[in-house]
Design a binder for this molecule. Sequence first.
Ligand SMILES: NC(=O)C1=CN([C@@H]2O[C@H](COP(=O)(O)OP(=O)(O)OC[C@H]3O[C@@H](n4cnc5c(N)ncnc54)[C@H](OP(=O)(O)O)[C@@H]3O)[C@@H](O)[C@H]2O)C=CC1
Ligand SMILES: O=C1CO[C@H](CO)[C@@H](O)[C@@H]1O
Length: 329
Amino acid sequence: MTVRWGVVGPGRIAEMVVRDFTHVPDAEVVAVASRSAERAGAFASRHGIGRTHTGYRAILDDPEVDVLYIATPHPQHRAVALAAIEAGKAIMVEKAFTVSSVATREIAAASRRTGVFAMEAMWTRFFPAVVRLRELLADGAIGEVRSVQADLGVRNLTDAGDRYLAPELGGGALFDLAVYPISFAQMVLGEPSVIAATGALGPTGVDLEESILLGWPDGRSAALQASLRCAMPGSARVIGTDGWIEVPPRFHHPDRIELHRHGAEPEEIVLPATGGGYAHEIAEVTARVAAGEQESPVMPLADTIAVQDVMAAVADQLGMIPEEGPATL
Ligand SMILES: NC(=O)C1=CN([C@@H]2O[C@H](COP(=O)(O)OP(=O)(O)OC[C@H]3O[C@@H](n4cnc5c(N)ncnc54)[C@H](OP(=O)(O)O)[C@@H]3O)[C@@H](O)[C@H]2O)C=CC1
Ligand SMILES: O=C1CO[C@H](CO)[C@@H](O)[C@@H]1O
């Protein structure tokens, strides 16, 4: 069975993701929706996509689309995601899933109520190197896991007209970058009970940088950083009682990990990704939708909610009030 995909919001990331469909035999992009007929047409002809829709409502009514890849800016995810679920379309929603815990819970509730598949496009979790990391942790390769360190920083303060600094487009380091260290820590350690953040807002009112300390009742912890002001290596480390695992830069799309066991030589485990790295999440969604499942066990909605709750607490502590975008379809 071929799972038929539609793209909503043909911007920069959509441009890269659609190229990876060539690596997933059971998936095909059959339609694209843009707010502009011209942009939809140009995207379709660049990528050999058969049908175009002007406005996002039209693709919801396309009976020949099974899954929508929602690649609009984050505050613009909610309206499309909810309408898609009501229209019976499965969804893969770019990170950050939304910009509020309320919206993320609404989408998760709609998916669970209707049985329509929904997943955050947190591509990191599907990389072969990250799959191996989870296996090693589960096998006790570094003993009891006690902490996570991760950073992601990109010097990106010059694009004043772009989404990175625009509050109405979910700008700031938190939703664009910190979502990765937070999601990585949540994957390894689960949902934290303590969230403490410090950082700085820029002139447009979005955060330019933050350091986040997460804590668990048994003393486990995570120390995370993100920045739009400073370039950072983008590395991550999981530390256990018998050693540590390094995820070298950039940890959010790694091709290797390094296992450091106490008393042993370090072991490099090289596991390249397929294509641009998006093929793995596409394959996951395609397989789950073909099987009639409602969510992915690798990136379940409960994890997306836990990550969103951390981001909400960080936003609050930094003095930001992120708002979901208007329900334009
Ligand atoms: N997984 C990954 O590696 C990456 C993920 N992302 C995520 O993907 C999403 C999109 O990011 P990116 O592609 O960089 O963004 P872009 O601005 O390049 O593209 C977003 C697209 O969304 C559509 N859109 C809908 N409403 C709006 C609006 N109000 N303002 C602007 N555009 C709008 C536009 O398409 P149109 O008007 O034609 O419909 C636009 O081209 C974000 O959530 C981001 O976090 C981004 C980069 C990498
Ligand atoms: O998700 C993304 C992939 O990583 C980039 C940083 O390296 C981000 O800017 C982008 O939004």
